[in-house]
Design a protein around this ligand. Structure first.
Ligand SMILES: *Cc1c(COP(=O)(O)O)cnc(C)c1O
Length: 382
C-alpha cells in the first residue's frame, strides 16, 4: 500500500478528512452544524443569495460539498461539487446534462450493473452508446467522434483498471469530456481531476460514508459551464439528498482515512490468504503486487480499495461458503465497516462465473476476518 502522502500544503489525509468542509468556528456553535431541515428559507424582498428553496440549495449540502471538494481536489478552489440523492442520480446528472441527441458516448462494458439500463435510456433519446472493457485501455479503440468518455476504474465488480491519464489525453485530443466513476477508490484512493478528468463522479453510499445506512452521490468538476448544466439537471429532476443524509455523510467522512486504512489493509491480507487456496481462482485485488491491474493502479492510485473478488468452483460451493461465514453478511453493496460478500451472478447482468464472489472487507480485526474466511472455505468443501 502506498503511504498517505502529504500534499503541497503539508496536510495529510487524516487531518484533511477530520476537518473537511468545517465552517469557521463560532462561539457557542457546534463544530459541525446540525442538519438544516427546510423546504424554503426566509426570503423577503429581492431574491439574492443561495438559499431560497430547498430543491435548489441547502446549507447542510454546502458544507458536505466543500468537504468532498477538499478531498477530491485538495488545494484547488476552481472546482465545484454537487451532492445528489444517490450515485445513480449523480451519474445520470452528468450523462443527461452533457449529452444531446446525435452525440456519441463511450461507456465501460464491465461497469456498474445499472449502466445497461442507462444505455437504453440514452439510446431512447437518440444518443449513440459505444462500450468497451476497462482492462487494456480498450475504450481507446472506440473514442473517435465521442462527446463524452465514461471511465470506471477500478471497475465493479471485475476490478480491472485502465490508464486514466492515457485515456484522458486521447479523449481530450478528440474534443471529448471525461468522467471517472470514483466510487470504489474513494477520493483518498484516487483523484481523477489530478489525472486530467473533467468530472469525478461517485456513489457516496459505499466506502465514502461507510456505514451502509444512507444513499448519496456527488459530482466534482472543474468546468464552470459543465457544472452549471449538472446543477440545472439536479434542479429539474429534483434528485436531492435529504439534509439528514447529507449531515450523516459529512459526519462519516471524518473517519474516512481511518476506515480506508484499516479496511484496505485487511483487504490485502484477505487477498493474500485467498491466494494460497487451491479452490480459489480468478483472484483480483489491485493492491496485490502480481494482480494484472497492479502496475497501472500503482501509477494512479494511492490506495487500492476494500473490495476483493474471486471465483469458487461452482455456484453450490459459493453458496455454502457464503452461508458458512459468520463475520461476513451476505449482502450487496460494499465499503461498509461490516464485511459483506455476495455471489454476484445471482443478479444476472454482470458477465461473471456462477461461483464469482465479490467481498467487501470491513473494519473487523484482520486476524478474525481472515480466520473466518479460511474456516468457511474449509467447511464449504464437499
Ligand atoms: C453503487 C455504485 C453506483 C450507484 O450508486 P448508488 O448510490 O447505489 O446509486 C455507481 N457506480 C458504482 C461503481 C457503484 O458501485
Amino acid at each position: 500500500m502506498s503511504d498517505a502522502t502529504k500534499d503541497a500544503d503539508h496536510t495529510g489525509d487524516g487531518t484533511r478528512a477530520v476537518r473537511a468542509g468545517l465552517p469557521e468556528a463560532v462561539k457557542h456553535e457546534p463544530t459541525l452544524p446540525g442538519p438544516v431541515f427546510a423546504a424554503h428559507f426566509h426570503l423577503p424582498g429581492e431574491v439574492t443569495g443561495p438559499y431560497s428553496y430547498g430543491r435548489d440549495d441547502n446549507p447542510t449540502w454546502t458544507l458536505l460539498e466543500r468537504a468532498i471538494g477538499e478531498l477530491e481536489a485538495p488545494g484547488r478552489d476552481d472546482v465545484e461539487t454537487l451532492v445528489f440523492a444517490s450515485g445513480m442520480a449523480a451519474i445520470s446528472a452528468v450523462l443527461f446534462s452533457q449529452l444531446r441527441a446525435g452525440d456519441v458516448v463511450v461507456l465501460p462494458s464491465d461497469g456498474y450493473q445499472v449502466l445497461p439500463l442507462v444505455r437504453t435510456q440514452l439510446e431512447a433519446y437518440g444518443i449513440e452508446v459505444r462500450t468497451a472493457p476497462t482492462g487494456g485501455d480498450a475504450q481507446l479503440e472506440v473514442l473517435d467522434g465521442a462527446r463524452l468518455l465514461w471511465i470506471e476504474s477500478p471497475s465493479n465488480p471485475g476490478l480491472d483498471v485502465c490508464d486514466i491519464r492515457r485515456l484522458v489525453e486521447a479523449a481530450h485530443a478528440r474534443g471529448a469530456l471525461v468522467a471517472v466513476d470514483n466510487t470504489l477508490a474513494t477520493p483518498l484512493g484516487q483523484r481523477p481531476l489530478e489525472l486530467g478528468a473533467d468530472f469525478s463522479v461517485a456513489s457516496g453510499t459505499k466506502q465514502l460514508t461507510g456505514h451502509g445506512d444512507l444513499l448519496l452521490g456527488y459530482v466534482t468538476g472543474r468546468d464552470a459551464d459543465a457544472m452549471a448544466a449538472v446543477r440545472r439537471w439536479r434542479k429539474i429532476v429534483g434528485a436531492i439528498s435529504g439534509p439528514m443524509e447529507a449531515w450523516l455523510a459529512h459526519r462519516s467522512i471524518a473517519t474516512l482515512q481511518l476506515r480506508v486504512e484499516r479496511q484496505n489493509a485487511t483487504a490485502l491480507a484477505v487477498a493474500e490468504a485467498l491466494r494460497q487456496r487451491p479452490e480459489v481462482s480468478g483472484l483480483r485485488y489491485p493492491g496485490l503486487p502480481d494482480d494484472p491491474s497492479h502496475k497501472v493502479a500503482s501509477q494512479q492510485m494511492r490506495r487500492y480499495g476494500c473490495v476483493v473478488s474471486f471465483t469458487l468452483p461452482t455456484r453450490a460451493r459459493a453458496e455454502r461458503f457464503l452461508a458458512a461465514l459468520r463475520l461476513v453478511e451476505d449482502a450487496t453493496s460494499f465499503g461498509g465497516v461490516r464485511s459483506t460478500a455476495e455471489r454476484r451472478g445471482r443478479w444476472g447482468g454482470d458477465a461473471v462465473a456462477e461461483g464469482f464472489i465479490r467481498m467487501s472487507v470491513g473494519a473487523e480485526d484482520p486476524e478474525d476476518l481472515v480466520a473466518d474466511v479460511l474456516r468457511a472455505l474449509d467447511e464449504s468443501a464437499e
